[in-house]
Write a protein that binds this ligand. Structure first.
Ligand code: SF4
Length: 311
């Protein structure tokens, strides 16, 4: 069945003619919002080890991480791979150091490119020039954390950058030959449906080719967990999530490639809330069902209720 949105996996299959799998790696970067350059406390939700098993072990060389991940993929010889520099701020180092790390990843067999996650205030011109150079030979995504288009929210979650920083970063990256994906979080404190959908409108106005959607996940030990216990943060309900995501998707430009539809914290002791009683694949299926219902409803106007959960 064709998905009712433009999914990254489908885009990559069109591009490479085979399945392309992202391999997340931890390359030992820090973050300026944690080491004191921008701030010391980090974003209120930040806990990289909640989604990265690599961070729970001693740091291994990037090629070793890639080989271990490949060995765990069934039928890996049939696939291609994108190495995903995921943890912390993966452009936060001198260009020469970045090149050493990226080159080591690209030297591995069947690696066709990179996905590089970073902050909007960490892509100065020399980094953009370097990325443009890689993009001549490799498939390249720059993943920029925005989280919300509202400066009030960005201040409240202690992002340490503004919406204008994001706009400037996207403008620097425009037409440089690589793709830009924005990360957003739905359900941030102080935001309702209106604010979240305004973020979708904002992203549609920007030169981004991809969006990665997360739901707010509250991790033990973070400032957000303390807010949650004081009743100052409330996770989204499972029942509302498919409709909210569909509302968000409907506001995005249809050419925007969707990298993810919900957060990826590991379902273990670190995850405080939400503890949804549905697995990731069930939630994705519910979102896709809701989208398909909406499309059907638009085709035959007024028929049926457009809901995914219950009746
Ligand atoms: S920018 Fe990323 S790594 Fe840095 S504190 Fe925020 S969430 Fe954590």
């Amino acid at each position: 069945m064709q998905r009712p949105y433009y999914y990254l996996g489908d885009f990559l299959r069109e591009h490479f003619g085979c399945r392309v799998i992202k391999i997340p790696v931890h390359a030992g970067f820090d973050c300026p919002n944690r080491d004191g350059l921008v701030g010391r406390d980090g974003c209120i939700f930040c806990c990289n080890s909640s989604f990265s098993l690599a961070l729970r072990e001693p740091l291994k060389p990037v090629p070793d991480q890639i080989r271990a991940a490949r060995a765990a993929v069934k039928g890996s010889a049939r696939h291609k791979f994108l190495v995903y520099f995921q943890s912390f701020t993966n452009t936060y180092a001198p260009v020469a150091r970045l090149r050493t790390l990226y080159d080591a990843a690209l030297a591995e067999p069947d690696v066709v490119g990179l996905c590089i996650a970073t902050r909007p205030d960490c892509v100065p011109e020399p980094v953009v020039d370097m990325l443009a150079d890689y993009a001549r030979r490799w498939h390249l995504w720059l993943e920029l954390g925005l989280q919300s288009a509202h400066d009030r929210t960005l201040a409240a979650i202690n992002r340490g950058h503004t919406r204008a920083d994001f706009e400037e970063a996207v403008a620097r990256c425009r037409d440089r030959g690589f793709y830009v994906c924005a990360h957003v979080i739905l359900g941030l404190p102080g935001e309702g449906r209106r604010e979240m959908l305004e973020t979708a409108d904002f992203l549609s106005s920007q030169a981004v080719q991809g969006v990665k959607i997360h739901h707010l996940q509250i991790i033990e030990g973070t400032p957000l967990a303390a807010m949650y216990r004081r009743g100052q943060a409330k996770p989204l309900e499972l029942e509302q999530y498919p409709q909210l995501v569909c509302d968000f998707l409907e506001r995005l430009r249809p050419d925007i490639i969707i990298h993810r539809l919900l957060g990826d914290a590991l379902e273990d002791d670190q995850l405080l809330a939400p503890r949804w009683e549905a697995g990731k694949s069930q939630i994705v299926a519910a979102i896709e069902q809701e989208m398909a219902n909406r499309i059907r409803c638009r085709v035959s106007a007024g028929e049926g209720r457009c809901v995914a959960w219950g009746s």
